[in-house]
Design a protein around this ligand. Structure first.
Ligand code: UDP
Length: 437
């Protein structure tokens, strides 16, 4: 691995274009900028919108964008530059397409009057970004927006993983440094495993939960692009819910679309439970794989039947603003790491329906080890029992649930970790120190 010598203050950021990856990396950049670093961020045109909170908050002399056209890749539908339009099996195709930027990026670096001193790149792109960093004789820092528990398990199984992931994680392990969006109080043991068993150095930093770059209400509403419904309307609806923690938020992140039967089960449960709710229904993905035409179908008449009591958002929802509203008490979620952390920071009870990737590890951590989540269902294709689910919805709005009490405790611990002097705050300082030494 390259050594981090002669590092000053301009770094080069290479995000992976999935919401769950680029959003926390933007938040990390905000922290780095606040601490005096300058950044140049590589994006393709359709991902420029994710950078707007940063660009509006920081001076153009400190945050620059490097926009390259998305390289053509025959296995991807034309015009697609973002994972949101694709099933997870397309991760390697997106990474391979972006890897075609290697030569233009090398040339850009060579001709830059004051080139960056380090690369900060998403782990999914590590297999080529670490090579680029070595070639340019600068260190690579790998950003891993997964929970540490999952990563330590994956690192231990590299020999049986698909070759794309083996190469990417191997390159992450060999990077100069590794950054996690997690915190010591939650995942300290797993961080130690990563250091002791895999990296064998200490440049492994847990700097989370990263706060959204723009913490004001408007900023939260812009997170990840424009909301599909005027955010003011959502907030007004939540304001009209007078009982604190009485609203259930149902959202499955940016990658998961439910099948027709899953939609039906969730809809019945919401209808029968009588609870107030917001349901964010993701737009269907591009039909690239199995021609599943039934994604995201809201059962006929459902919205009329729950009118006033429930709000259905079709498309992008202002999730962080919703979770932070005092009226929201629980979140039926696929357990994406960002959603889980956003829920923890908001003191919202997680109703876990893990689907893929690191979701099962997250459920184990939060439901079984920390007792701050309730298991509801599991698996990408499973269909929950709507009667049981309705009962869980009702139950989840009760203040007496021990999981809720523990969730509120964990919220405090998380907030302390990112406060001045907290574990994540100190880790960020150390990361910057490491870069500057
Ligand atoms: N998100 C959002 N609105 C939506 C769907 C998702 O703001 O309608 C955000 C959510 O707040 C989170 C990210 O997108 O920050 C999704 O990341 P996560 O790790 O939870 O799940 P993934 O999308 O990667 O499966």
């Amino acid at each position: 691995a390259c050594e981090g010598k002669g590092v000053s203050k301009h770094i080069w950021v290479i995000p992976f274009p999935a919401c769950g990856h680029i959003l926390p990396l933007v938040d990390l950049n905000h922290q780095l900028l606040l601490r005096g670093l300058k950044v140049t961020i590589l994006v393709t045109p359709k991902n420029l919108c994710y950078l707007s909170p940063l660009l509006s908050l920081h001076s153009p002399s400190n945050v620059q964008t490097l926009v390259f056209p998305f390289p053509s890749q025959s296995s991807l539908p034309p015009g697609v530059e973002q994972m949101q339009d694709l099933p997870i099996s397309f991760v390697p195709d997106i990474a391979t397409a972006l890897g075609k930027l290697y030569d233009p990026l090398f040339q850009w670096f060579q001709s830059h009057p004051s080139p960056p001193v380090a690369i900060l790149s998403d782990t999914l792109l590590s297999s080529w970004t670490t090579k680029l960093a070595c070639h340019l004789n600068i260190p690579n820092i790998s950003f891993l927006p997964f929970n540490v528990r999952a990563v330590s398990s994956w690192f231990g199984k590299l020999n049986i993983m698909p070759s794309f992931y083996t190469e990417a994680y191997m390159a992450s392990i060999q990077s100069w440094g590794l950054v996690f969006n997690s915190f010591k109080e939650l995942e300290g043991e797993n961080l130690d495993i990563i250091k002791e068993k895999f990296t064998r150095h200490d440049r492994v930093w847990a700097v989370g939960p990263l706060l959204p770059a723009k913490a004001g209400d408007r900023g939260l509403n812009e997170r990840g692009g424009p909301s599909s419904i005027p955010p003011g309307q959502v907030m007004a609806w939540l304001d009209s819910c007078h009982v604190d923690k009485s609203v259930v938020y149902v959202g499955f992140g940016s990658q998961i679309t439910l099948t027709k039967r899953q939609m039906k089960a969730v809809a019945s449960a919401l209808e029968d439970s009588g609870v107030r709710f917001i349901w964010a229904v993701k737009d269907p993905m591009k039909r690239v794989q199995d021609g599943d035409d039934d994604q995201s179908m809201i059962p006929q008449g459902f919205e009329d039947r729950v009118a006033g009591r429930g709000l259905v958002i079709k498309g992008w929802a202002p999730q962080v603003a919703i979770l932070r509203h005092r009226a929201v008490g629980s979140n039926l979620s696929h357990c994406g790491w960002n959603s889980a952390l956003e829920g923890i920071l908001a003191g919202v009870l997680l109703l876990a329906w893990p689907m893929q990737a690191d979701h099962f590890h997250i459920t184990k951590l939060l439901a079984d080890e920390f007792g701050v989540a309730i298991r509801v269902c599991k698996g990408l294709r499973s269909i929950p029992d709507s009667v049981k689910l309705a009962r869980i919805f009702v139950d989840s709005t009760s203040m007496a649930r021990p999981e809720r009490v523990r969730a509120i405790k964990l919220q405090k611990t998380a907030l302390n970790a990112i406060r001045k002097g907290g574990s994540s705050y100190q880790a960020l300082d150390k990361l910057i120190e490491g870069l500057s030494s």
